[in-house]
Each structure stands twice: as structure tokens, then as C-alpha cells.
Ligand binder design. Structure first.
Ligand SMILES: Nc1ncnc2c1ncn2[C@@H]1O[C@H](COP(=O)(O)OP(=O)(O)OP(=O)(O)O)[C@@H](O)[C@H]1O
Ligand SMILES: [Mg+2]
Length: 313
């Protein structure tokens, strides 16, 4: 395998007593879309802010395109674009002038600057609004301009921090299409989100993050494979659990079983037939089902399976 574009080992960040990033390690290959999926406060923004050289870490190492994050910061700055979660735009300036501002930070001037502004405005579909003040833009248009600002210096690596928050479905699709186009051009992209559908649609590999740690990291397909055919949580009276346990374990579509409080967690090879078998068994033994929840195999369920909590409350 070629050298990774991004490699981090044991990254740590503390805010006072709070450990925001707690020993995070991963590698991202060139041209990959790598997802960081996790709920509020997981440590996604902190992690990518460190990688984008915006925040110092308190431990661990990282290299980007072979450059050391601490000693070779200047080389790294020229390789990366960062699209922050909070919009970083000047509302009274036009779209064009906002982009000119960001371009000048990178030393772009004259024709080169104009060409880049035109290119990124075209890319995000805002060419016809170039002269309008940003305060007149819709939420989705602001998001798209925010992305354009991150692309002004033609980065090889782009950090996108929850780029679709607060946008309508149409702008959201537009953003997905940009991201896919950038990937097709060979860009390496780190994409944070707490929407599992976005991670499933866009990302080659996904790291599931919670409380500063990575709990699992793989392709979506293999992560979902962790759940096998899905998990059933069933609530039964305590004596019924004891009486039925061996029979449930023996059902054809049941793979593993464990008791959690007054519920049984049943891992299945396929949720639907397992559910039918379970209901048949309970009714044959005259055991009432007190509660029932079926987790179909998707990233949201994988998250629940790994953490015991939901991505979104
Ligand atoms: N500047 C700061 N000062 C103190 N604590 C901070 C600061 N920034 C982040 N934190 C804390 O670090 C933890 C991780 O925050 P971070 O912003 O990285 O999470 P996130 O995964 O990006 O969440 P979200 O989905 O809400 O954006 C949280 O507990 C947060 O309160
Ligand atoms: Mg964040």
C-alpha cells in the first residue's frame, strides 16, 4: 500500500480536565473520502482542527503527506483546505470579495486570483450571485460559498466539518455532488457528520467516534456487517427470560443472545425471520412480549450497538 496521505497516532487533546480527543489513530489514503461519524461532543471538530494545524495537540503524532504536523506546519498549510462547521464569511461583502479575501491570505493575486475565484464559484454553482452580498444568500448558498472558500487554493486535502448542517435537501444534494466531483479529481477528503446516511453515501471508510475515541473503523459495508443481520431487543418478564433462554438461543436465525436488565439482546443472522420465530415461540409458551425493538443493519444501529446510545437524541 502507498504511504498514507494522513497518518495519526495516539492523538490527544485536553481542555482543562476534559479529554476531548483521547488517543485517536487512523490513516487516510490519497483520494479517499474518510468519514468521522459521531454525536455532539464526540471530538470530531477538535480532531480535524488539529490536523488542519489550527489547534495544537497535547500528545500523539501526525503526518500529512509525509510532513510532520508540528515541525513542518508551513508545508502542510499549503496542502490543505478547511471548511469550518461555523460559517466563516463576511455578510456585508459580496461572494466574490469574500473569496478574494481568502485567496489573498494564500498569496494569490491578479489573474491567478480571478481565475481561482471564477473556478470555485462555478464549482459550487454561485457564479450568477458573485456580486451579491452574502447576507442576501440562503443558508444553503452560504454553506456552498463556505466550501468554495476552502477550495480557493486548490488543496490536495480538504477538511469538511458538517457541511450540510442547516441546509435544504436540494443544497444538500448539491454539496454531495461537489464532494463526489472533488473525489473524482483525486482530492483526499475528511468529512465529519452526525448523519449516518451521509457517511453511507459518501465515505469510502468511516470512523465511528464517541467521547474522544474511535470505536470502530472500516468500510460502511463491513461496519454494518458487525451487526450481522440485525439485532432484536425484546422485553420479557424476568422468570420468562429464564424459562425461554435455551429455546430462544436454539432458534434457527439467532446467532447470540445476552440479557440486559429486563431485556434480551438477540443478535440474528437475519432480523425478520428471527422476529417471526421469536413471536411464535412466545405465543406458543403464552409469554407476553413487554417491549420490542428491531435494529436493521445500518450505521445508526451499529452506533447504538457499540455505544448503547443514539447518534441523534
Ligand atoms: N474551546 C473549547 N474549550 C473547552 N472545551 C471544548 C472546546 N472545544 C471543544 N470542547 C469540548 O471538547 C469536546 C469535543 O468537542 P468537539 O467540538 O470536537 O465535538 P464534535 O464532535 O465536533 O461535536 P459537534 O457534532 O457538536 O460539532 C466537547 O466535550 C466540547 O465541549
Ligand atoms: Mg463539531
Amino acid at each position: 500500500m502507498p504511504d498514507p496521505m494522513i497518518e495519526i497516532n495516539g492523538l490527544v487533546k485536553k481542555y482543562g480536565d476534559r479529554v476531548a480527543v483521547n488517543g485517536v489513530s487512523f490513516r487516510v489514503q490519497e483520494g479517499e473520502i474518510f468519514g468521522l461519524l459521531g454525536p455532539n461532543g464526540a471530538g470530531k471538530t477538535t480532531t480535524i482542527s488539529i490536523l488542519a494545524t489550527l489547534l495544537p495537540s497535547d500528545g500523539g503524532q501526525a503526518t500529512i503527506s509525509g510532513y510532520d504536523l508540528v515541525r513542518e506546519t508551513n508545508q502542510i498549510k499549503l496542502l490543505i483546505g478547511f471548511v469550518p462547521q461555523e460559517l466563516a464569511l463576511y455578510p456585508t461583502l459580496s461572494a466574490w470579495d469574500n473569496l478574494a479575501f481568502f485567496g489573498r491570505i494564500y498569496g494569490l493575486r491578479g489573474t491567478a486570483l480571478k481565475e481561482r475565484i471564477a473556478a470555485v464559484l462555478d464549482l459550487v454553482g454561485l457564479w450568477d450571485r458573485a456580486g451579491d452580498a452574502v447576507r442576501t444568500f440562503s443558508g444553503g448558498m452560504k454553506r456552498r460559498l463556505n466550501i468554495a472558500a476552502g477550495l480557493i487554493y486548490q488543496p490536495r486535502i480538504l477538511f469538511l466539518d458538517e457541511p450540510t448542517v442547516g441546509v435544504d435537501p436540494q443544497s444538500r444534494n448539491f454539496i454531495f455532488e461537489h464532494v463526489e466531483r472533488l473525489k473524482a479529481e483525486g482530492m483526499t477528503i475528511i468529512y465529519t457528520t452526525h448523519y449516518m446516511e451521509e457517511a453511507e453515501r459518501l465515505c469510502d471508510r468511516v470512523a465511528i467516534m464517541d467521547e474522544g475515541r474511535i470505536l470502530a473503523l472500516d468500510t460502511t459495508k463491513d461496519l454494518v456487517g458487525l451487526l450481522g443481520g440485525g439485532v432484536i431487543y425484546v422485553g420479557l418478564a424476568a422468570d420468562a427470560i429464564e424459562a425461554l433462554l435455551p429455546s430462544i438461543r436454539a432458534l434457527p436465525h439467532v446467532r447470540a443472545i445476552s440479557a440486559q436488565d429486563a431485556r434480551l439482546k438477540i443478535e440474528t443472522s437475519e432480523a425478520r425471520p428471527a422476529l417471526l420465530e421469536l413471536i411464535e415461540l412466545c405465543s406458543a409458551r403464552d409469554v407476553p412480549i413487554l417491549s420490542l425493538e428491531v435494529l436493521e443493519p445500518n450505521l445508526e444501529s451499529v452506533f447504538l450497538h457499540l455505544t448503547g446510545k443514539r447518534l441523534r437524541d
